[in-house]
Structures are given as structure tokens and as C-alpha cells.
Design a protein around this ligand. Structure first.
Ligand code: SF4
Ligand code: SF4
Length: 104
């Protein structure tokens, strides 16, 4: 019985790499900065507004970041190519990645 085979890609030079697909995005930790959205090449992510009840409209005391009125969601997770660009730019470590087994 061999090791489970996972989905891999190849670099231009022919070196294999293991795709690390996004499996979860911690919306509670997300500050809505939009960095992951800008770098994702596959339109996997969508930013949404927090519910009105969760939003602090008095934004001039302890909260100096307007962007946390929104958060990122995984809207097209099945389009992820596992490049990990989102995690490289995320300041809050919101993403969880995992390799994926090759279909038999
Ligand atoms: S791993 Fe790549 S393709 Fe997948 S969500 Fe992150 S940036 Fe997009
Ligand atoms: S980079 Fe991280 S903190 Fe910023 S919007 Fe994306 S998931 Fe949220």
C-alpha cells in the first residue's frame, strides 16, 4: 500500500509542487482588509458587510480601522488552485489550507 497521492502542479522548470487548497476562512478573525481578494487569481473570495447589529458605528474611539465592518468569505472554494497567495498576504492568519487526494 503506497502513500496517498495528492494533487500536484509543475513549475515551468518541471519541478512538482503540492497544491494547498483553501479549506476554511476564519471570518471571525478577518478584518476585511481585502488583501487576499486582490491577490487571488481565481475569484474564490467575496467580501461582505457584517450584519448591522455587529457593526460599531461610533468609529472614533477604540476602533481606528473602517475595514472591519466587512469580512471575506469563500464564495467559490471549488475554483481554488491551492497557490497560497491569500495566506501570504493575510495579516490575521485567517486561512486554513490542505492538500487534496487525487480522485481514484
Ligand atoms: S490558495 Fe490561491 S486560488 Fe486559492 S483562495 Fe488562496 S489565492 Fe485564491
Ligand atoms: S487578507 Fe485576511 S484579514 Fe484581510 S480580508 Fe483577507 S482574510 Fe480578511
Amino acid at each position: 500500500m503506497g502513500a496517498e497521492q495528492v494533487i500536484t502542479g509543475l513549475t515551468r522548470g518541471g519541478t512538482p509542487w503540492v497544491a494547498q487548497f483553501v479549506t476554511a476562512l476564519d471570518e471571525g478573525k478577518c478584518i476585511g482588509c481585502g488583501r487576499c481578494f486582490k491577490v487571488c487569481p481565481r475569484d474564490v473570495l467575496t467580501i461582505v458587510q457584517r450584519a448591522v447589529d455587529d457593526v460599531d458605528f461610533d468609529d472614533d474611539d477604540d476602533d481606528d480601522d473602517d475595514s472591519d465592518n466587512s469580512f471575506m468569505t469563500l464564495s467559490n472554494a471549488m475554483d481554488c488552485i491551492g497557490c497560497e497567495a491569500c495566506s501570504r498576504v493575510c495579516p490575521k492568519a485567517c486561512f486554513t489550507h490542505s492538500p487534496m487526494a487525487l480522485a481514484a
